[in-house]
Design a binder for this molecule. Structure first.
Ligand SMILES: [Zn+2]
Ligand SMILES: [Zn+2]
Length: 218
């Protein structure tokens, strides 16, 4: 059965986000998503708090703990882990640590102008990545960068994911991954992503919300 998961969401534990775990859960419900991967910058605390908030709410969403690690070479998402991964290491070492902690790895916004991605050169193919984030709502310019990422993933037969990269409640669910799973659960979702049973969908953050975020963070 297909489920809709926003695979890249930040909470207030990221430091540069305003979304509390309970707001995040309310917003997922409002947008009719099945769940999200919580990927705060260099901490798993927000993910753990959101899993707890979901458990004590009546919503029963699928909250998958994760992290967005700032490696020396760009941002890497770890999905399905609650162990903290240190920042500032090389990308290959970071990927190995995430795998040892039981998670899968996704190159976040690999091709960017204003963010920190690892790039789309063929040398990323030997890093042990499990998937490529080909749709990220915060990318600018959205369409050409998305096209480049999708083309690279298709050419190299890599599983594709999508996430909003939300740092505020309003943008949650702008992008999401449709994942075809046999059963609903974190392990089944991770396995489906690894085998590429995913459809990445989404759109860019509207300019009005980009400005609102900049003003709010000041
Ligand atoms: Zn990032
Ligand atoms: Zn992010």
């Amino acid at each position: 059965m297909p489920i809709k998961i926003d695979m890249h969401v930040h909470t207030c534990y990221s430091g540069d986000s305003l979304t509390t775990p309970s707001e995040l859960i309310a917003q997922l419900k409002r947008k009719r998503l099945d769940g999200a991967v919580i990927t705060d910058h260099d901490t798993v605390l927000g993910a753990i708090k959101t899993v707890e908030a979901n458990r004590s709410s009546n919503e029963k969403l699928i909250i998958i703990p994760g992290i967005e690690v700032s490696t020396r070479d760009g941002h890497i998402l770890g999905v399905g882990l609650t162990k903290p991964i240190p920042k500032g290491l090389g990308v290959k070492e970071t990927i190995e640590l995430i795998h040892e902690a039981g998670g899968i790895t996704i190159a976040a916004h690999p091709q960017t102008l204003f963010k920190d991605g690892i790039g789309l050169s063929p040398k990323i193919l030997s890093l042990g990545l499990d998937a490529l984030e080909v749709v990220n709502s915060s990318l600018f310019p959205f369409k050409p960068l998305t096209k480049m990422c999708k083309r690279f993933a298709e050419r190299h037969n890599m599983p594709q994911t999508a996430g909003s990269d939300s740092h505020m409640p309003e943008t949650i669910g702008l992008s999401y991954t449709i994942i075809d799973v046999d059963e609903v659960g974190v392990d089944a979702i991770i396995e489906a992503v690894r085998r590429g049973s995913t459809i990445p969908l989404g759109k860019a953050v509207p300019v009005s919300l980009r400005i609102k975020k900049i003003l709010k963070m000041k």
